[in-house]
Each structure stands twice: as structure tokens, then as C-alpha cells.
Design a protein around this ligand. Structure first.
Ligand code: NVA
Length: 231
């Protein structure tokens, strides 16, 4: 079996999918994944684009199910950038009947189309609590899961200074976690930077970041096996 891991900037018409059984692609622009899947004759798995990061969500939801069991009615709070990781957590969480509470700074909101789909999925799956705010504590209040990610995603390095200013007050710390429900847990897809979450939270018993990281391996293997007809 041949697996092709494509890299950003590979011209897709040259990607050797004729010689591969499956393509796992990590790209900048989501349109590149769409273009690749249009030309490919084998399954194309999105291993990260600027709009979506579905494999991360599978790992996250697996960590949460292992911890809580059924996630229906649990509340997931996001504190941070309106980015690819958030988008798939919104969609995946809503599909499992989770309430979604999102805090993003002004100008860094989740994609409007993804938000609309999330509201639809939430209603279909028995919860309509999809709440957005610019205040971190408002999102965290009453939540069972608090999630954040890097404030500066791949390809946004030139925005570092402006994002540091815009995200002031978005650090996940013990005070913020204390506003969540008792027994609430913390997730971060890694790599983690110090401004996003304190050591006290990151290394606490509330933190599921290490099972979450391990699950990236199991879930990508499962997705590839399923796409190859092995499950
Ligand atoms: N939002 C981050 C996720 C890294 C795993 C990025 O796109 O860089």
C-alpha cells in the first residue's frame, strides 16, 4: 500500500495520486484541499487547512467520551481564535448534542457559514445553545470543557504582534477554569504557547491534553483504515 503525505506548496496536478491509495494533505488554503480532492482518484483526508481541522476534533471528542461517556447535553467552551480547530469542534460537538459557547475577540470570530451550520446541527441534535461572546468568562460559565489553541496559526506569523494585543484577557488560568462546572476539563491541540494557558491549568488533573495528543494517532489510523475499506 502507498500513502502520500502531501506538503504545502506541492502543485497538486503533480501529486502522484496515481501511485497512491490514499492522500493525507496538510495545506494552508482550504480551497487547495477541494482542488486536490477534485483531481484525486483516491480518498483525500484533510490533515489541516485554514478552515477545518477534522482529525483534531476526532481526537478531542474521543478524549471527552473516554472521560465523560455520552457527551449529549455537555457544554463545550472555546476561548481563543475563531480558527480551524474551533470550526470542527463546533460541528462535531453539535452533532453529538453538545452545547457550544464561544469567546473570540472582536474581528477574530468563527466563520459565519460554519456558525450557521453548527446552529442547524445543534437544533437537529437536541440542543440550541450555540452562544457567542467576546468575553472569555461568559463562554466558560456553566461549561464542562474549556478548549483553546494557538492564537497565531500557521501562516499567520506576521500577525503575531497584533494578535497578542487582541487576545489580552484570553489566557485560560485557574480563575477562568473556576467559573466552569465542577469537574470541567481542559483541552489544547498543541503545540501550546505560554500566553494561551497557565502551567497550573495545562498540567493540572483537569487537563486532558496528553490523552488528547495520543488520540491523534489512533484517530488518524482509524480514518485511513476506514477510507481504505479496512474497518
Ligand atoms: N490552528 C492551528 C492548529 C495547529 C495544530 C494552526 O492552524 O496552525
Amino acid at each position: 500500500m502507498y500513502i502520500c503525505f502531501t506538503q504545502q506548496h506541492v502543485p497538486y496536478r503533480h501529486t502522484s495520486h496515481r501511485f497512491n491509495d490514499i492522500i493525507l494533505a496538510r495545506v494552508f488554503s482550504h480551497s487547495d484541499i477541494l482542488e486536490l480532492s477534485k483531481h484525486a482518484t483516491v480518498p483525500v483526508i484533510n490533515a489541516l487547512s485554514d478552515l477545518h481541522h477534522p482529525l483534531q476534533t476526532l481526537a478531542d471528542l474521543m478524549a471527552l467520551e473516554d472521560h465523560f461517556g455520552d457527551l449529549k447535553g455537555k457544554t463545550l467552551a472555546w476561548v481563543g481564535d475563531g480558527n480551524n480547530v474551533l470550526h470542527d469542534l463546533m460541528l462535531g460537538g453539535a452533532k453529538l448534542g453538545m452545547n457550544i459557547r464561544i469567546a473570540t475577540p472582536e474581528g477574530y470570530e468563527a466563520n459565519a457559514g460554519v456558525l450557521e451550520t453548527t446552529k442547524k446541527l445543534a437544533a437537529e441534535n437536541g440542543t440550541e445553545d450555540v452562544f457567542t461572546t467576546t468575553v472569555a468568562s461568559e463562554a466558560v460559565k456553566g461549561s464542562d470543557v474549556v478548549v483553546t489553541d494557538t492564537w497565531v496559526s500557521m501562516g499567520e506569523e506576521s500577525e503575531y504582534e497584533s494578535k497578542m494585543k487582541a487576545f489580552a484577557g484570553y489566557e485560560v488560568n485557574a480563575n477562568l477554569m473556576s467559573q466552569a462546572n465542577s469537574g470541567a476539563v481542559f483541552l489544547h491541540c498543541l503545540p501550546r504557547h505560554p500566553e494561551e494557558v497557565t502551567d497550573e491549568v495545562f498540567y493540572s488533573d483537569q487537563s486532558l491534553v496528553f490523552p488528547e495528543a495520543e488520540n491523534r494517532m489512533w484517530t488518524v489510523m482509524a480514518v485511513m483504515a476506514a477510507q481504505l475499506g479496512k474497518l
